[in-house]
Design a protein. Structure first.
Length: 499
């Protein structure tokens, strides 16, 4: 859980900033234009998420960060930074989220059962695009429910209070809820509340979104013929909202505590200024969200990060024991066994993780320039370890490399030793230079004494590790010389036997 919880928390922060921007823009629109229909602002949520995802995938050129040489980096051995322990919060979040989702499922089951219990035949025929179900509940508001097969639920007692035109307007309002997929959108908000139960912006945004969708459906009903319909529509609002209540899981005709705003919104049409402001705020929200997403994913300039930490406990060619720490992952190789450590538990590497491990180890070898594979010594030892039972294959290998074996092979090993010594000396000089740079930075007050001591300690550890590597290299070269002598002796013996 420690692996993905930081990303989850970062996503929560980004979503909170996006919702805060929308709520602020919504408030400014309502105050400046006196137009309460800000429903289209919510379209900036998926648009901002999409643009942010695209923006973070764009590769921008960056100046190289000041860092110690790669040769030094491969040898720096430091304890991994203590990661924030997300386990406790992760467990709490998970159990609360499961409980809330379970409650949401239970509420929908209860609502379906309640609707089945109060349904009654409609006494009059209503012309509608979707099935209209009568309900015998005096305090129930007209509403829509049904994700796969949506239905309009209409209280039969309202038939006596409303005219045919008013009933048709209410039905049209509910039909727009279905066409706009508000049931699914409201369900998505409910699930988001269950997942981000600790985030107050999600609660405020869900309530504002549901209010704005009611205003938007009012607008869709009235925008074609506002003059003829608005008086009848306003009377229908006053007649039904005051005498009914809504259910939070439904797309309900009644909007709690917002009757005055709905009446005001009916009286005035959307002005060009309100449309321009809505477009402006939407573009600003998308742009700011994209910029924030890019900046949040950019690495900090000048940050000193140790990406990989390698410890070679044992390596005699036949048996390897290697530990590679790559950011928050720890790879362990013991012989042919390759494991990965996560949260104190080991498991076998997957194919993808094994490829990542091999790629990082190759990068370490490349950085230190101490990869001898492919040289004559490697070929000679490979011959020595070849199948002794297959004489034809052995003879082919022997003929292919006989000139290399007979032409100054011992001198070649000595050349390799000298070259390796030079490269180790180069790394040692780089370490000493880094120490001098630290002292200069300390003298110029660019680094504190504590930072200098810490960095110097790391570099001293690297020098100690370098000395061990020098000794191991010399020992490996001596073993290679001995193996080469034995291989040459075996080749000569087999050549004599063959003849």
């Amino acid at each position: 859980m420690n692996v993905w919880m930081p990303d989850f928390w970062q996503l929560n922060i980004e979503l909170s900033l996006l919702l805060a921007a929308i709520l602020s823009a919504r408030y400014l629109m309502r105050r400046t234009t006196r137009n309460y229909n800000a429903y289209l602002l919510w379209l900036s949520v998926p648009a901002a998420v999409l643009f942010s995802a695209l923006a973070t995938n764009v590769q921008f050129s960056q100046p190289p960060a000041p860092a110690v040489s790669n040769l030094v980096q491969a040898y720096v051995v430091v304890p991994a930074a203590a990661a924030t322990d997300w386990a406790a919060f992760g467990q709490l979040w998970l159990w609360v989220a499961i409980a809330l989702i379970g409650r949401l499922v239970w509420q929908h089951r209860q609502l379906r059962a309640q609707l089945r219990a109060i349904t009654t035949p409609m006494p009059i025929e209503i012309n509608a695009q979707y099935p209209v179900i009568g309900i015998d509940q005096p305090e129930f508001s007209p509403a829509v429910y049904g994700f796969i097969k949506p239905r309009i639920y209409f209280p039969v007692h309202l038939l006596q209070k409303l005219s045919r035109d008013q009933i048709a307007l209410i039905i049209e309002h509910e039909e727009h809820h279905i066409k706009q997929q508000h049931l699914w959108l409201n369900l998505a908000w409910d699930v988001l509340v269950c997942l981000l139960w600790f985030n107050p912006f999600v609660y405020w945004s869900r309530r504002s979104f549901r209010h704005d969708q009611e205003l938007y459906c009012d607008y869709l009903v009235l925008h074609e013929d506002r003059g003829r319909k608005q008086q009848s529509y306003g009377h229908a609002l006053l007649s039904t909202v005051a005498a009914t209540h809504s259910v939070s899981l439904l797309c309900s005709w009644k909007s709690i505590n917002h009757l005055e705003e709905r009446i005001m919104n009916i009286k005035q049409s959307a002005s060009p200024l309100s449309k321009l402001l809505m477009a402006f705020f939407g573009l600003v929200i998308i742009a700011v969200s994209s910029i924030y997403a890019v900046s949040a994913h950019e690495p900090e300039q000048g940050a000193k990060q140790v990406k990989r930490i390698v410890k070679k406990m044992h390596d005699d060619g036949a048996h390897k024991e290697i530990e590679l720490r790559l950011n928050d992952k720890t790879f362990v190789q013991k012989g042919d066994q390759k494991m990965i450590m996560e949260n104190g538990v080991s498991r076998p590497m997957s194919e993808q993780e094994m490829a990542e491990f091999e790629r990082e180890m190759q990068a370490v070898d490349k950085n230190t320039q101490m990869n001898f594979s492919g040289g004559p010594m490697h070929k000679e030892i490979r011959i020595m370890r070849g199948s002794e039972g297959d004489m034809s294959e052995f003879d082919i290998e022997m003929d292919a490399h006989s000139k290399e074996l007979m032409a100054g092979d011992m001198q070649q090993i000595e050349i390799e030793m000298i070259r390796s010594e030079h490269e180790i000396d180069h790394v040692e000089r780089a370490l000493n230079q880094a120490i001098n740079e630290l002292e200069a930075a300390k003298a110029a007050d660019l680094l504190s004494a504590k930072e200098v001591r810490k960095a110097r300690k790391q570099l001293e550890k690297s020098k100690a590790q370098l000395a061990k590597d020098r000794a191991n290299m010399q020992q490996s070269m001596q073993q290679a010389q001995a193996e080469l002598k034995r291989a040459r002796a075996e080749l000569e013996a087999k050549r004599k036997q063959a003849h």
